[in-house]
Write a protein that binds this ligand. Structure first.
Ligand SMILES: *[C@@H]1O[C@H](CO)[C@@H](O)[C@H](O)[C@H]1NC(C)=O
Ligand SMILES: *[C@@H]1O[C@H](CO)[C@@H](O)[C@H](O)[C@H]1NC(C)=O
Length: 384
């Protein structure tokens, strides 16, 4: 599967590259066509270079042209509020012109939260995305604070340890898990409080530009904390966390997959399916009966598409599922809907896992399936 993924990724990059190239070529072609066309129109219709510049500058809505004389350095108190944050160039006392740089928008956010979960009395995991270049070229740091809703309100602070689980495959964003472990239990009295993440960029190589965002990641209202989940036996034996589903999924194949695995894992199992656009109407129809029976939880994660990561942010999604549900199950499974779990005929999933009870983790050997086991009578009847 990993190999296939790499291949897919490679193809994906080629594909994107090709489409960008196409756009570029189309644009060039169009410009050339305009240029060619211009030669044939009567001279009184010719557009001068200055006209073109005018039209281009309107399209770009360019900033005011540079001027040799310095602009105003004072900001009037009556100026509109959004203008008051704009820095102006200044002439310093020593005659040096100090240029201003005004940033707009944000190409990649400092941090995007998906979820924050308790792992016990004093420990939390925050699951999210962060700017990948920030993590590659800077040293962003994290600090966690617990603010109690009851006095004393002095925050308890701890270092947030970051874990980057996505194998470096992300592009604009990378998955970040921040582990916040306090030296003492927090909210043990169940009076409520909140977990705050302080995410610092640590600047572009200069510690003078260290921007810190303060983010409320988890709120616990009074009496809402149920500590028994950490100690009581889990509700399910087997828990499936699915990767982001996207694209034109075949509902017949999904029906087959879920029926097979509900039968395989049995009544004490549960499946979390993440819809990144792949659960279209017919796939939903196939999943609905299983949702009604309580086997399937469907999560709509389509909004993560705004943040370009690896494979519809699948590493964030499965880590969120792990931390969100880990106290509900003895074993959690992470595999794809084009993969089927199989145990040799004389064993069962229970007997296999009982033999692994001393371990906290195992991997599953992968075998390619032969297309010869597919029903040939179906061939050509399905359109997906
Ligand atoms: C955070 O890390 C500590 C130390 O490895 C671990 O014991 C704890 O379970 C982690 N917390 C969470 C919520 O995963
Ligand atoms: C940036 O600020 C944070 C929070 O104040 C601090 O912990 C961190 O060390 C700073 N980073 C640098 C590079 O100074």
């Amino acid at each position: 599967m990993a190999k296939e993924r790499e291949k897919k990724l490679f193809v994906g990059i080629l594909g994107n590259y090709a489409s960008e190239l196409k756009l570029l070529l189309t644009t060039l072609l169009l410009l050339c066509a305009v240029a060619t066309f211009l030669q044939f129109i009567p001279s009184r219709f010719t557009i001068s270079a200055s006209d073109l510049r005018f039209c281009i500058s309107r399209v770009q809505s360019s900033p005011p042209p540079p001027s040799l004389s310095p602009p105003l350095t004072t900001t009037s108190s009556s100026s509109v509020s959004h203008l008051s944050t704009v820095e102006q160039d200044k002439i310093l006392e020593n005659g040096i012109i100090k240029r201003a740089f005004n940033p707009y928008g944000s190409a990649a956010y400092n941090f995007i939260t998906m979820g924050a979960y308790r792992g016990g009395l004093n420990t939390f995991a925050i699951i999210g995305l962060a700017s990948k270049p920030l993590h590659l070229y800077s040293k962003p740091t994290y600090e966690c604070q617990w603010l109690s809703s009851s006095p004393p309100h002095t925050p308890i602070t701890t270092v947030g340890y970051k874990i980057l689980p996505d194998w470096g495959y992300g592009r604009v964003y990378t998955v970040v898990i921040v582990n916040c472990t306090f030296s003492t239990p927090v909210n043990a009295g169940n009076t409520g409080g909140k977990l705050v993440l302080r995410a610092s960029t640590s600047g572009g190589g200069d510690t003078n530009f260290n921007i810190t965002d303060t983010i409320d990641v988890l709120n616990e209202s009074p009496n809402s904390l149920d500590l028994s989940v950490f100690t009581s036996p889990p509700k399910y034996d087997y828990f499936y966390c699915g990767s982001s589903l996207y694209g034109n999924l075949n509902p017949q194949r999904v029906r087959e997959w879920i029926a097979y695995h509900v039968k395989f894992f049995g009544p004490k199992s549960h499946f979390v399916i993440h819809d990144a656009g792949g659960v279209h109407e017919q796939v939903l129809e196939v999943l609905k009966p299983w949702m009604e029976l309580g086997y399937v939880t469907l999560q709509n994660i389509r909004d993560q598409e705004r943040f370009d990561g690896y494979y519809h942010n699948q590493f964030m999604v499965v880590n969120d599922c792990l931390h969100r549900y880990k106290f509900m199950a003895k074993w959690m499974f992470f595999f794809d809907v084009d993969e089927y779990i199989y145990v040799p005929p004389k064993s069962t999933i229970k007997s296999v896992l009982d033999s692994l009870s001393e371990y906290s983790q195992f991997t599953i050997e992968q075998m390619p399936m032969s297309s010869k086991i597919c029903l040939s009578s179906d061939y050509g009847k399905t359109y997906r």
